[in-house]
Each structure stands twice: as structure tokens, then as C-alpha cells.
Design a protein around this ligand. Structure first.
Ligand code: APR
Length: 261
């Protein structure tokens, strides 16, 4: 199967779909220049998550953790959504209900134009006080390297992202489970599918009868469980998928293109 052939059963289901969920991970933003976590070049092959992405690490050394997220904020501020993000946003014009369920904290889906985005691991552009929970708007101190203090209570301010061992934001999680349970198609893109409970989203969708397609240059646990696996990069595969769907939706009388099966 050439990398850009889209399996017919996926196109058929998408062509008739009322609701689609797109479940994404770091690989979705790799082509934008945001590093992924695992794999040879991954962040966790260079840094220890227990030193940078836990509450105890933050309390032990707030400046180190703050600097780390400031570094990531700088990278994210300099990159743009890629063709993959834009294709996902375009899906909203082709399918009545589309929900993006992302593990990414980089806000790139919204910047690409997706309007329904459930952020399971938070968003690096938000911060809050660890003591009183008050949201903290980054003002002038954005330039200062110091860990900001809460204007209300003087407590330490942390990024609004989910660290290891922490619960997912309840509202986003519940909305994600609702969307997955009502989906006709679930497309997982650019995730190793090893971090739970987020990685259970495709299984929730499959259990509710959705067709699950996994897009990744490397096979993994999600591609094994999926009904369809498309081996390729998000920025290459998703635009082609949307092009096929556009044709299909504009000319429902034409035969469905793509690979048999
Ligand atoms: N297109 C599609 N997939 C890609 C691309 C690409 N251009 N480049 C890499 N990938 C795939 C890799 O093969 C890998 O399977 O993306 C996946 C990235 O996996 P991880 O780095 O493990 O990222 P993710 O699954 O999002 O991690 C989950 O772990 O560290 C925590 O909180 C962090 O949200 C993150 C969670």
C-alpha cells in the first residue's frame, strides 16, 4: 500500500459519518518543530520526567521546572501549525461533528482553526497558583526568568499542564469520553499510545462502534488495536484524507477511491 492510499473502508465510514474524533499526540506537532517525548530524539531520552514534570520536582526546584517550561513556551511561540493541523481543522467543514482530543499542550490545533478541542494534558499558555488555584495571567514578568508569584496569595505559579501522577482536567476528560462514545470514526494521530488514561480514548470509541484508524510512521499499540493503520506522517496523510473526503462529499455518486479492504 503506497503511503498516500487511504483505505476504502475508512473513506466509506468518513463519507457517511456524522461524528468524528481526532485523538492526537506529540507526533501531530513534530513537523511544526515541536519535539516528541519518546523515541531516539525524544525529550524523555534527554531529560528525566521525574525531575521536570511532577509536582514534587516543582516543589523541590521550582526554578528548574519553570525554566524548562519557559524553554518549551519559547519553542511553541516560534512554530506554526502544519498541514496536518490544518487538515484536521478542515474536517469541520466536511463532517457535522468533529472533536479534537489532544494530549498536546501546544495550542496548535486551535491556532490552525479547530473549534472543538479537548485538552487532556492542559495548555502551556495558561498558568495558575499552586496555593489558591487562581489563574495567573503572564504580564510583564513574561520576560523575567523568575518563577512568578500569585497576585492573590503570593503562592508559586505553575504551568496549567498535567504532570505525571496528576489527574486529568475533569471537564475536558468527560467531554472527550462523551465525544469518543458518540463517534462514527476515531482517527488517532502521532501518539505512542502508552500514557493512560488518555490512551484509552480510541478503545472507548471502538467499544461504541466507531471505526478506528491510526496514523503514525511507526507501528505501535494503537496501530495493532486499530481497524486501519496508515503508516505515514500526519502532515502527509491527513491532507490527502481530507482531499478524498471533499471529493466524496461533493460527489456522493462517484465510487469511493482508495485501497480495497
Ligand atoms: N506524524 C505522525 N506521527 C509521528 C510523527 C509525524 N510527523 N513523528 C513522530 N510520530 C509518532 C511517533 O512514531 C510516536 O509514536 O508520534 C508518536 C509520539 O509519541 P510520544 O513522543 O510518546 O508522544 P505522546 O504519545 O503524545 O506522549 C503522550 O506523554 O510525556 C507525556 O504528557 C506527555 O502528552 C504526552 C504523553
Amino acid at each position: 500500500m503506497s503511503p498516500l492510499d487511504i483505505p476504502r473502508r475508512l473513506l466509506e465510514r468518513l463519507g457517511a459519518a456524522d461524528s468524528v474524533v481526532v485523538f492526537t499526540g506529540a507526533g501531530m506537532s513534530a513537523e511544526s518543530g515541536v519535539p516528541t517525548f519518546r523515541g531516539a530524539e525524544g525529550i524523555w531520552s534527554r531529560f528525566k520526567p521525574e525531575e521536570l514534570a511532577t509536582m514534587s520536582a516543582f516543589l523541590r526546584n521550582p526554578q528548574l521546572v519553570w525554566d524548562w517550561y519557559a524553554h518549551r513556551r519559547t519553542i511553541i511561540a516560534t512554530v506554526q501549525p502544519n498541514e496536518g493541523h490544518r487538515a484536521v481543522a478542515d474536517l469541520e467543514h466536511l463532517v457535522p461533528r468533529v472533536a479534537v482530543i489532544t494530549q498536546n499542550i501546544d495550542n496548535l490545533h486551535r491556532r490552525a482553526g479547530s473549534t472543538v478541542v479537548h485538552e487532556l494534558h492542559g495548555n502551556i499558555e495558561r498558568n495558575y497558583c499552586v496555593k489558591c488555584g487562581a489563574p495567573h495571567e503572564m504580564g510583564s514578568e513574561r520576560a523575567s526568568p523568575e518563577v512568578p508569584r500569585c497576585a492573590m496569595c503570593g503562592g508559586l505559579v505553575r504551568p496549567d499542564v498535567v504532570w505525571f501522577g496528576e489527574l486529568l482536567p475533569e471537564e475536558d476528560w468527560e467531554a472527550a469520553v462523551r465525544a469518543a462514545s458518540g463517534a462514527d470514526v476515531c482517527i488517532s494521530v502521532g501518539t505512542s499510545g502508552v500514557v493512560y488514561p488518555a490512551a484509552s480514548i480510541p478503545a472507548i470509541a471502538r467499544k461504541a462502534g466507531a471505526l478506528h484508524a491510526d496514523v503514525n510512521p511507526e507501528p505501535g499499540p494503537l496501530s495493532e488495536a486499530a481497524d486501519v493503520f496508515i503508516k505515514g506522517l500526519a502532515g502527509a496523510v491527513l491532507p490527502v484524507l481530507v482531499q478524498h473526503l471533499e471529493k466524496l462529499r461533493s460527489r456522493p455518486d462517484i465510487a469511493v477511491p482508495g485501497e480495497g479492504r
